[in-house]
Design a protein around this ligand. Structure first.
Ligand code: AMP
Ligand code: MG
Length: 489
């Protein structure tokens, strides 16, 4: 891979922002890792990117993708951004531990994807931190980004993961890892906020033009291009959040610097998937006020879009900013309702279905029913089936709900078998529960990477049956409740 990849890597960002004073982006050199070794390579993604899997497995690729040896013709960069963290303006941030190697042209139409090394050492934006990432958080990001892709949710991807003997100090001594993150864009809401808050409208316009030229070339000469760009971010964010809510994903750190301009899920930290249904779920140990609780995510996304729209005020009149923002709620609700209807096996969402969805969720909350397990079992639910009924403490209330549900299903011309089959394509059998990642992490910390690779395969196909992995298809073990995930990574 090293030869073919190196020749295709370019930096359109550098062309857009030729910059020597580190105010926008900086050329950086990744730091070497001690004894780098593969934890995992994602051959499925390599194939999608047109990267030869044998070359990916080579020593040259290991050196390149661990940041240990970068050939002269590559010009790795780190990029500045700012952002609001937990609702407060945080000022300048940036790629403090992410180094973009360049862009790779993918497929027939040559769509560009960034190859970025996360944890490859300090950059001018690292502030006082070390630019590294520990193995445990890297495994979580590696597996979860692929799990989200497997679930059909827009996300950054992960090409490979390298472990090392380089020490990293967090609460205790750990080892450094590098993940190769792959994304169509790493531009964040915070990238726009950076220039707006520095009162640099020309740089902000250049950033907007860069995003349009790279991702929406058909709008390049359109007088409405900035409106279309903002509108697109609103729409894609609404779509992404609807997916998060429907699958039961909590991101944990929805700061504006962790929101992609393309509406991809980005920056996996203390995320969590819903287990016992609790809309107030807070998966980030450091989020004591629950700003980023599961239930708050749709509203927080709008808050973040507001912050983004504010930065467009030098490009668009106020009415157009408002017009874009007003599209968020109806689009979010439409996507969410459609996704939930599909999870219930309904061919179309009808206004009355809102009760069916909300009543079920309310009952699940009262009985702390496992979210994914419940929906997967619902695929084969029949009026005589007591397995699901037994999950609920309020059996009579559940029976009433089930009656309405079967009445609603009977309005459709769909056999039970066909419905079950369809439902199994939207209700995953496997989600990346924290305890599963924890098992893989603990084994990996002992030098055994097999569970990371096993989970990768399962999570890439979460709707399929994996007969060898039945142990991961049930309820989490009791010890899972003690796992607490912080921002420390
Ligand atoms: P996060 O909370 O991971 O989204 O990171 C917030 C900001 O802190 C970003 O600008 C990161 O680049 C930076 N950051 C986080 N961890 C590190 C680290 N270990 N070294 C350098 N910068 C970091
Ligand atoms: Mg971040």
């Amino acid at each position: 891979m090293s030869s073919s990849l190196v020749h295709t890597l370019k930096h359109h960002f550098l062309d857009a922002f030729a910059d020597d004073d580190n105010s926008v982006c900086s050329r950086v050199v990744p730091q070497k890792l001690e004894n780098p070794r593969w934890v995992s390579r994602n051959d499925a993604l390599a194939n999608e990117l047109g990267i030869d899997t044998k070359e990916l497995a080579s020593q040259a690729s290991l050196k390149l993708l661990s940041g240990s040896q970068i050939s002269d013709n590559l010009k790795p960069i780190a990029v500045v951004y700012s952002g609001h963290q937990f609702g407060v303006w945080a000022g300048q941030l940036g790629d403090g531990r992410a180094i973009t190697l360049g862009e790779i042209a993918v497929g027939q139409d040559g769509e560009l994807w960034d190859l970025q090394l996360k944890g490859a050492g300090s950059t001018p934006y690292s502030r006082f931190a070390d630019g590294r990432a520990v193995l445990r958080s890297s495994i979580r990001e590696y597996l979860c980004s692929e799990a989200m892709h497997g679930l059909g949710i827009p996300t950054t991807r992960a090409l490979c993961l390298v472990d090392s003997d380089s020490p990293v100090y967090r609460e205790k001594a750990e080892t450094a890892a590098v993940i190769c993150r792959v994304a169509r864009s790493h531009i964040r809401f915070g990238s726009f906020e950076h220039f707006h808050h520095r009162n640099q409208p020309q740089a902000l316009k250049a950033l907007a033009d860069y995003v349009i030229n790279r991702h929406f070339p058909m709008w390049r000469n359109d007088t409405e291009r900035y409106f279309k760009l903002l509108q697109n971010t609103v729409t894609q964010t609404a779509y992404m959040i609807a997916h998060w809510q429907a699958v039961g994903f909590a991101h944990g750190v929805m700061n504006t610097d962790n929101m992609s301009i393309l509406g991809d899920t980005i920056d996996y930290g203390p995320f969590g998937f819903m287990e016992a249904y609790n809309p107030y779920l807070i998966c980030n140990h450091s989020d004591s006020n629950g700003r980023y609780s599961f239930k708050n995510q749709p509203a927080i996304a709008l808050w973040n879009l507001n912050a983004l729209a504010t930065t467009f005020s030098s490009l668009l009149p106020r009415e157009q900013l408002v017009e874009c923002l007003q599209q968020y709620e109806p689009q979010y609700l439409e996507h969410y309702r459609q996704l939930m209807a599909t999870k219930l096996g309904l061919q179309n969402y009808k206004p009355d279905d809102e009760h069916l969805i909300n009543d079920l969720l309310a009952l699940m909350e009262k009985s702390a029913v496992d979210y994914s397990l419940m929906f997967r079992r619902l695929c084969d639910f029949t009026p005589s089936d007591t397995r699901i009924r037994d999950y609920f403490l309020q059996r009579e209330q559940f029976d009433n709900w089930a009656k309405s549900y079967f009445n609603r299903l009977s309005l459709q011309a769909l056999t039970d078998t066909a419905r079950a089959e369809k439902m199994r394509t939207v209700n995953p059998k496997y989600i990346l529960r924290n305890y599963m990642a924890q098992i893989a992490i603990e084994k990996a910390q002992d030098g055994d990477y097999t569970e990371v690779n096993r989970l990768l395969k399962i999570m890439q196909n979460p709707y399929d049956e994996h007969p060898d992995a039945e142990e991961y298809a049930g309820l989490p073990p009791d010890w899972a409740t003690d796992i607490s995930v912080s921002c420390s990574s």
